[in-house]
Design a protein around this ligand. Structure first.
Ligand SMILES: Cc1ncc(C[n+]2csc(CCOP(=O)(O)OP(=O)(O)O)c2C)c(N)n1
Length: 314
């Protein structure tokens, strides 16, 4: 059993992510948010568990399913909503939108639309840290679809060869967009495959926030102590479709319902005082209302500025 205070903190952090995304769905349906949007509902334990195991100076490299990672890393909700609305107060100046959240001050290096695209970036950050003998670790989050990309395998090989301080966190939700892992990979044990590169690898219940945090802590401690990279297969499930445009016809409803019985929010609730949960929900609702109002009132970029940041400014 998790300590009740700890369980409440984890539960509140996951609830905050879920309510944030539920509001994003409403805003998207109303046409206030545009472009592509990928939700992490069902996968909140990964976001909260991974970030809770990192220090403020460690780096995070994320994927296009990154709202939860960004919130859990401490990017203010208002800056995230503003980014969704394309406002200048957004964390990427309103130019990135849902898929390109970025915050250098919090060492949050995106938000990357390219499958596996963040992995060489993470290995590069870890190489820089190792080269200059800094004690930081880089955590990289990506989906199981990354296993189909050459850059994943090249990056893993170099990270192992050079003993780099990087923790590779694979959110294995069993599907790469609409294709199940079993239809495209002969070996679906991802931890086993990563281990073949000489990287310490293990599988974790990705619906269990304390278990994710404990496993990532062990991996981070190993990497920081000079033990080289670690790979974690975080076995999870997204309750929603791949993106807002996906009709989700590739999964049985019964499969989704089965995973919803292991909802990461529900897993902790038994240890909690219902009054504490209700108070946290009320505070989150207030935070969301205020953040949306402030973000919607924020300015858009003037047309005259549109060519800024295209080339480096001197
Ligand atoms: C290099 C590259 N190839 C193809 C795509 C198109 N694409 C977008 S998402 C996706 C599947 C990704 O799988 P995974 O990361 O496991 O995603 P999830 O199950 O969370 O949707 C693909 C092939 C892309 N974005 N980048």
């Amino acid at each position: 059993m998790t300590d009740p205070k700890d369980a409440l903190a984890l539960h509140t952090a996951m609830t905050r992510i879920r309510r944030f995304e539920e509001r994003c769905v409403e805003l998207y349906s109303a046409g206030d948010i545009r472009g592509f949007m990928h939700l992490c509902i069902g996968e909140e334990a990964v976001a909260v568990g991974v970030t809770a195991a990192l220090g403020a100076d460690d780096a995070v490299v994320s994927t296009y399913r990154e709202h939860g990672h960004a919130l859990a890393r401490g990017i203010p909700m208002e800056a995230l909503f503003a980014e969704m609305f394309g406002r200048t107060t957004g964390c990427s100046g309103g130019r990135g939108g849902s898929m390109h959240l970025f915050d250098a001050a919090r060492r949050f290096y995106g938000g990357n639309a390219i499958v596996a695209g963040g992995i060489p970036l993470a290995v590069g950050l870890a190489l820089a840290d190792s080269y200059t003998a800094r004690p930081q670790v880089t955590a990289c989050l990506f989906g199981d679809g990354a296993f189909a990309e050459g850059e994943f395998h090249e990056s893993l090989n170099l990270a192992a060869l050079w003993g780099l301080p990087v923790v590779l966190c694979c959110e294995n939700n069993r599907y790469a967009m609409g294709t199940s892992l079993a239809r495209s990979h002969a070996q679906t044990d991802l931890a086993l495959r990563a281990a073949s590169y000489g990287v310490r690898s293990w599988a974790v219940d990705g619906m269990d926030a304390p278990a994710v945090r404990d496993a990532v802590r062990l991996a981070v401690d190993t990497a920081r102590a000079g033990g080289g990279p670690c790979f974690l297969e975080l076995r999870t499930y997204r309750f929603r479709a791949h993106s807002m445009y996906d009709a989700d016809r590739y999964r049985e409803r019964s499969e989704i319902a089965g995973w919803q019985e292991h909802d990461p929010l529900g897993a902790l609730v038994a240890d909690l005082d219902p009054d504490d949960v209700a108070a946290a929900e009320a505070a989150i609702a207030e935070e969301i209302d205020a953040a949306v109002a402030a973000a919607q009132a924020a300015p858009r970029e003037p047309v005259a500025d549109l060519t800024r940041h295209v080339l480096a400014e001197r």
